[in-house]
Design a protein around this ligand. Structure first.
Ligand code: C2E
Ligand code: CA
Ligand code: CA
Length: 800
């Protein structure tokens, strides 16, 4: 003010009319303003620059600061600005006008007419100086008042300001070039300014409108996400861009939460409605959010200053709220679905009481271990440990079910701490727990020993007492252990075997027991096996014959081939006779089973005969099949059907059977002899060892049990038994066949004793049926080459 005043006084007093006009122009320019809000940002455009250019033509530069200052002050008073603001603004504009006037003086600006480019350039420069300073001062004030960054305030709306600046200067220069001829031309200025005003407004709006719709389209696209957090983050960003609020809040109902976004971009998540300090008192615009007709939350826009949304913004806000509501609803539905799927998958695989894996999961895990570890190399062993708590029922009865549950939970916890990575612990139900050990180390102790050691370790973790319902309890468990090479059986079977072993442990009072197939036969699931056997008899590929040739010890020629049946069980894997013959004998399946085996054996014998190979086939008969009077009838029928000479069939009957004194057995054996089949006494020497009964039964062959053959070389008693058997058989004109010959030493000993034939791994292990004919031919040819008699048929049964 001082600068303005002293500058004015230093210059001669101007024409009063011109001075008055100049002040009036400033007042009008500063009062009639264009106000525009873009979002919450209000832009105010005044005509100050145009007025400044004009007053350069009306008064000398020295008077300009004072003119502007007075004009601004009057406009401030007219618009009822506060006195502080009025003084700040008028002083600021005065100062800026002083800068402009200085530029004008330095640029040698005298009269504006005629308007030369040099004069116009000087005027422009002066205006730029003026604008620069007013902008800095105004932005400083705004920044101080709103707490925003100064640079942010300056850059905001800079494009629009520049556009207006150019327009204002152009109008000013036009007015000046007109005004010089007659001051009355100035009447044309207000309409011109009004026109310009409207043009600016329209242009700004159009730009803003386009931006807003593009933004809305982008926003609706952006919130279309499946994750709720992502939807909210995108919505906060989009709402900020769309409506330029000072804060956006979105409250969700299910699950309840509120997120807040501020122009800085940070996402504040809060359980309640914590609104940043800066936005707490302000103007609020809210929209309810709903999806699929249900309320899902609320969208709130906070403005520091009061705002009135225009029609277009209301529309955009509603559209945005609809889209956001639908997106939140979608995200919620998606999350629910995902949770449900996860929960269902978890529940399907876990035990609710202990949180351990359940039976289904155990089977799955074990099955995949059995499959994935199977291989041609020495396959890894998979172990299954089945644990059953001892006297758990007592706990339940004495302390109640809640205590029982607690015991189970403690047990689960302790076992869980004791299992190692890779092992799977499961609760099978009740007080039964199981552990799968997928790959036992190949080195060190045998698989079963390793698994048993793990079983003992697990059981010992349960031993230390724990307090349940005020009582100190120490739990004990019985553990059944089974190991198999991967790929040889399935989990159901493994679990069954572990169960057998576990009961074994319980019965014998041991902590740990390994699976023992021989005990298994006498236990649990004979019924299941019998049912499965019934099915196996209906098909062709489960019960398969292997054959083991017996050779003449003198010539090497084959004297017969014994059928040994194998069960390729679809689930349990390969079963040997020991695994299922017991079941056969105790079921109604003896007759069908014998028929099945004899049928296949005769089919084979027929094919050999066709090839010219006259080697008898031997079939083992169960003790019980000899109680069946239909057996001879069936065998006769099968011999007829396959057109096999009866003497080509050898029926092996155990010594024990022969010693029973049942009439029916005598009758059946007599009938078989009648038909013409050969009869062999199997496992000879294991019975009561009296040879006298041989006189009662007319048989053709005696098979010396492999137990004696095995001990023969070392044990004089075994040797004596074999020797006397051979001698007695010879005296009765019977063929002797030694079983289980494994070494050359045994063979020599047998030759020396005069034993006729032998069978065993030393010659051949049991082999697949289709391989047998080739092997037999080799034996026949080799014997022929040695010039021996090809096949020594039975010497004829005793009594013939
Ligand atoms: P088995 O009649 O004493 O049959 C001989 C067994 O000794 C066979 O066992 C055979 O594989 C085995 N073996 C052969 N050579 C040697 C050797 O050098 N050393 C040793 N240690 N063992 C040898 P597999 O096949 O397990 O048969 C076991 C038993 O099952 C047979 O004993 C037989 O009594 C019975 N069996 C086999 N097939 C049938 C059948 O079709 N019906 C009936 N009822 N029983 C059968
Ligand atoms: Ca046999
Ligand atoms: Ca035998």
């Amino acid at each position: 003010m001082v600068v303005a005043g002293s500058a004015a006084l230093a210059a001669p007093f101007p024409n009063p009319l011109r001075l008055f006009t100049a002040v009036g122009l400033v007042v009008v320019a500063k009062t009639v303003t264009l106000r525009l809000r873009i979002g919450s940002e209000r832009f105010m455009f005044a005509w100050g620059e145009a007025a400044l250019v004009v007053i350069f033509g009306l008064v000398q530069p020295a008077w300009i600061p004072a003119t502007v200052m007075v004009g601004v002050l009057v406009s401030q008073l007219l618009t009822r600005a506060s006195s502080v603001k009025a003084v700040y603004n008028s002083a600021g504009h005065g100062l800026a006008a002083a800068v402009a006037a200085t530029v004008a003086v330095v640029g040698g600006l005298g009269r504006l007419t005629p308007l030369t480019p040099r004069i116009a350039a000087t005027v422009c420069l002066a205006v730029v100086g003026y604008v620069a300073l007013t902008t800095v001062l105004a932005s400083g004030a705004v920044a101080a008042a709103s707490g925003s960054r100064f640079s942010a305030v300056v850059t905001r709306g800079v494009g629009v300001t520049t556009l207006m600046l150019v327009g204002n200067v152009a109008v000013g220069l036009l007015v000046v070039s007109l005004g010089i001829t007659d001051i009355r031309w100035l009447v044309a200025v207000p309409p011109l300014l009004w026109l310009l005003n409207e043009t600016y407004k329209a242009r700004l709006r159009a730009v803003e409108e386009r931006r807003a719709w593009q933004e809305l389209a982008a926003a609706t696209h952006r919130v279309n996400l499946l994750d709720r957090r992502e939807v909210l983050a995108a919505a906060l960003r989009s709402a900020s861009r769309l409506f330029s609020p000072d804060a956006v809040e979105i409250t969700c109902l299910r699950p309840a939460c509120t997120v807040i976004g501020t122009p800085g971009g940070e996402l504040v998540e809060s359980g309640g409605t914590a609104v940043p300090e800066s936005c707490r008192n302000g103007h609020l615009v809210t929209r309810a959010l709903s999806g699929a007709g249900e309320p899902v939350g609320e969208l709130r826009l906070r403005f520091q200053h009061p705002v009135r949304l225009r029609q277009r913004e209301h529309l955009a806000l509603s559209t945005f709220a609809d889209v956001l509501g639908a997106a939140l609803q979608n995200a919620a539905a998606h999350a629910e679905l995902r949770d449900m799927v996860e929960r269902k998958a978890y529940e399907a695989a876990h035990d609710p009481l202990t949180g351990l894996a359940n039976r289904i999961r155990l089977l799955e895990y074990g099955e995949s271990a059995l499959r994935s570890l199977a291989g041609p190399e020495p396959a890894s062993h998979v172990a299954l440990l089945l644990m059953d708590l001892n006297r758990f029922k007592d706990v339940n009865d004495a302390l109640g079910h809640a205590a029982g549950d607690q015991v189970l939970q403690r047990t689960a916890q302790r076992l869980a701490e004791a299992v190692e990575p890779g092992e799977l612990l499961a609760r099978l139900g009740g007080d039964e727990f199981a552990v799968v050990i997928p790959a036992l180390p190949a080195e060190g102790a045998s698989p079963v020993e390793q698994a048993a050691a793990r079983g003992r370790a697990l059981a010992s973790t349960l031993a230390s007492p724990t307090e349940v319902a005020g009582v100190a309890l120490s739990m004990e468990a019985s553990v059944g252990v089974v190991t198999v090479p991967a790929g040889t059986c399935d989990m159901t079977e493994l679990l069954r075997r572990a169960d057998v072993a576990m009961y074994q442990a319980k019965r014998s009072g041991q902590v740990v027991a390994g699976y023992d197939a021989s005990r298994d036969a006498a236990s649990t699931d004979r019924l299941a096996l019998a049912a499965e056997l019934r099915e196996a008899l209906q098909v062709d590929d489960q019960l398969v014959l292997e054959l083991q040739p017996a050779v003449d010890l003198a010539t090497g020629a084959p004297v017969g081939a014994e059928v040994l049946v194998r069960w390729h069980h679809p689930r349990r894997g390969l079963l040997l006779p020991a695994d299922f013959i017991g079941v056969v004998e105790q079921s109604e399946l003896v007759a069908p089973f014998t028929r099945y085996v004899v049928d296949r054996a005769l089919r084979l014998a027929a094919s050999w005969s066709e090839e010219g190979l006259d080697v008898p086939v031997a079939v083992n008969l169960s003790a019980r099949s000899l109680l069946d009077r239909r057996l001879p009838v069936d065998i006769a029928e099968l011999l007829g059907r396959h057109k096999v000479a009866p003497e080509r069939l050898v029926l092996e009957i155990t010594e024990t059977v022969m010693m029973t004194e049942l009439d029916v057995i005598d009758d059946v054996l007599a009938a078989l002899r009648e038909i013409g089949t050969q009869i062999a006494v199997d496992d000879f020497g294991t019975g009561y060892s009296s040879l006298t009964f041989l006189a009662r039964f007319p048989v053709h062959e005696v098979k010396v049990d492999r137990a004696f053959v095995a001990k023969m070389v070392d044990s004089p008693e075994a040797r004596a038994i074999v020797r006397s058997t051979v001698e007695l058989a010879r005296s009765l004109n019977l063929r002797t066949v030694a079983e289980g010959v494994e070494t050359a030493e045994q063979r020599l000993a047998l030759v020396e004793m005069g034993c006729d034939a032998a069978q065993g791994y030393h010659f051949f292990a049991p082999m697949p049926a289709e391989k047998t004919s080739r092997v037999l031919w080799t034996l026949v040819n080799a014997a022929q080459a040695r010039g021996a008699q090809v096949i020594r048929l039975a010497r004829g049964a005793h009594g013939d």
